[in-house]
Design a protein around this ligand. Structure first.
Ligand code: MG
Length: 160
């Protein structure tokens, strides 16, 4: 049995007139994130952490933003597909931990829903999913409310 880890990083710019999706949860806010898919920055980093743990490349290789099939794509479906790829290779997810960096909106009231959402999509129990939110102390793009950034780490077990 082998143990592996993976990491993911992503950032998306705020735009007017789009729903704000974070971790598969629609967060009430007057802006959303720009992106080819639904721009769910948190699900994107979870995808990349899992792909990284399995050494399967990155989200851009599997779901290219030049492909019209992924225009407005539900990132939950992309993460579901990543989980299917791991399962096919008999790679089991142990746990996922995440950090969302945003000045606004406050995520305190939504963290439980986000945790449950990621757990549901990945088939993990909520106890195996960490969700942390940080402001950026007013610094850089996230601090100036121009963008939301996120990081994720994932630990997996392989059969070999
Ligand atoms: Mg992205």
């Amino acid at each position: 049995m082998g143990f592996r880890i993976g990491i993911g990083y992503d950032i998306h710019r705020f735009v007017e007139g789009k729903p704000l999706m974070i971790g598969g949860v629609n967060i009430p806010y007057h802006k959303g994130l720009l992106g080819h898919s639904d721009a769910d920055v948190l699900l994107h980093v979870v995808c990349d952490a899992l792909l990284g743990a399995a050494a399967l490349g990155d989200i851009g290789e599997h779901f290219p933003d030049s492909d019209p099939r992924y225009l407005g794509a539900d990132s939950s479906a992309l993460l579901g597909e990543v989980c299917r790829m791991l399962k096919e290779r008999r790679i089991r997810i142990n746990n996922i931990d995440t950090v969302v960096i945003l000045q606004e909106p406050a995520l305190a009231l939504h963290k439980k829903a986000i945790q449950s959402s990621i757990a549901r999509i990945t088939g993990l129990s909520p106890e195996a999913v960490g969700v942390k939110a940080k402001t950026n102390e007013g610094l850089d793009a996230a601090g100036r409310m121009e963008a939301i950034a996120a990081y994720a780490a994932a630990a997996v077990t392989t059969e070999d």
